[in-house]
Write a protein that binds this ligand. Sequence first.
Ligand code: SAM
Length: 291
Amino acid sequence: MTDNLPSLRETLDAHGLLAKKSFGQHFLLDLNVTRKIVRFAGPFEGRAVIEVGPGPGGLTRALMESDAGKVVLVEKDPRFIPLLSELDDGSGRLTIVEADALNVREADLTEGPTHLVSNLPYNVGTPLLIKWLTGPWTPCALTLMFQKEVAERVVARPGEEAYGRLAVISQAVAEAKLVMHLPAAAFTPPPKVASAVVHLVPKTDRPDRDLLKSLERVTAAAFGQRRKMLRSSLKQLGGADLCEAAGISPEDRAEVIDLAGFLRLARVAAGLPSETVPRDTGPVLARRKRT
Ligand code: SAM
């Protein structure tokens, strides 16, 4: 248990550590907050947890109190390694890896179903999320703190301002829910923006690699020119013909197309079997027949 440890602030002072801006360091020093995040993430029932960017270890302390069978820390800033070693309770549950999380192979760190729980550095939060959602290694669940704007972009629905590539890709592969808001004042030092925690559970029927690649291409083109109609933003990928074959109105804009619509576009664009294109595509196809 962590009750006999000095407070996080005392630990930072004792090690003479100040936050480094370049590493996106904004610390959560209130254990009530970190325990709440871990409650959203769990129960772990003995499964492993990877925490990226433990810093002084506020979230790590809550994870060590939890039912995680193994806690693997990946921290880039070597200054924190000695301080994190103090959280080792001798049970063999804690592993500390000094590395850049963008470059580690998570499969080498744990075996079996593994959760990811992190207060992510703002500058690499989105690339890390994309790596975990679309890369070769898939966690069983992700509970991640982002700056509020990024969290909103992950969970946004069609028609919302924050709806874009990140929402479509995230929701294609996972169920995503915003579970907690935190004001900037909850962090030391406080960042310029508020934060929020997103909980994601990867779907069992995730798109395969080819479909995902095509979805990335289609959403990049569609949202790259989000104010344009799809027939022109998707011109390079087939324009109006592509839209019609996918049962989508070529006059629509990216922001109104739901996940199922983007998946159909991606499937047609990649020349994949179109079993998800509905047989009755309604007035759109009736209006604009392919020649
Ligand atoms: N988890 C701690 C907390 O909640 O107080 C610290 C969170 S702080 C927002 C981000 C942490 O990620 C810092 O400890 C920073 O050094 C670390 N970090 C930054 N970039 C990293 C990277 N590419 N790989 C691993 N850790 C990184």
